[in-house]
Ligand binder design. Structure first.
Ligand code: ZN
Length: 175
């Protein structure tokens, strides 16, 4: 696949990022797997509609700093250097057709049966992999710091997620 150095829909950027690893069950075969999510620390930036120059389309909008950490999901584009780092942590994170809404997104795949795991099942409801509702569940999520600049085109951004501070920081991801 052609790797574009610039994507017109890039709408989030940061100076570093976190690969989050959480245990969950495959929705198809039911076996346990480890899913990866992307988190950003407070201070990352989002490109938003400035209301004046035709919205947030290509090259429009303004960059605003977000003062809280956030989960990213519904990821449409990642530059090669970012996707390589994430795939070292979780080889099942690949571009695939999103089962619920269509369109290609970066999604987790079950290592046992290959099923695509939709982001809604990992992020979208209380008490799922990346939305823990108990301290013990939050403490089981592992956050690996990844050095290097980050950009992406995303459709989902959940800022100030509950219990984010309780998740385990386990050092830097392999380079
Ligand atoms: Zn499976």
């Amino acid at each position: 696949m052609l790797d574009r150095l610039f994507h017109p829909s890039i709408n989030v950027r940061a100076t570093r990022y976190l690969g989050a690893l959480a245990r969950c069950s495959c929705h198809r075969c039911g076996r346990e797997m480890v899913a990866i999510g992307i988190a950003l620390e407070a201070g990352h930036q989002m490109r938003i509609d400035d209301g004046a120059r035709g919205g947030v389309g290509p090259l429009g909008g303004v960059w605003r700093t977000v003062r809280s950490p956030a989960w990213l999901f519904d990821v449409e584009y990642l530059p090669r250097r970012v996707r390589v780092r994430l795939q070292r942590l979780s080889p099942g994170y690949r571009l695939a057709e999103r089962p619920t809404t269509g369109g290609h997104r970066w999604l987790n795949h079950c290592p046992h049966c290959g099923a695509v795991q939709d982001d809604d099942d990992l992020h979208g409801e209380p008490d799922v992999a990346f939305m823990p509702f108990s301290l013990s569940a939050a403490e089981r999520i592992e956050l690996r710091a990844i050095d290097g600049s980050f950009v992406a085109a995303i459709g989902g951004h959940c800022d100030d997620p509950p219990l984010f501070g309780a998740m385990r920081r386990t050092g830097r991801a392999p380079t």
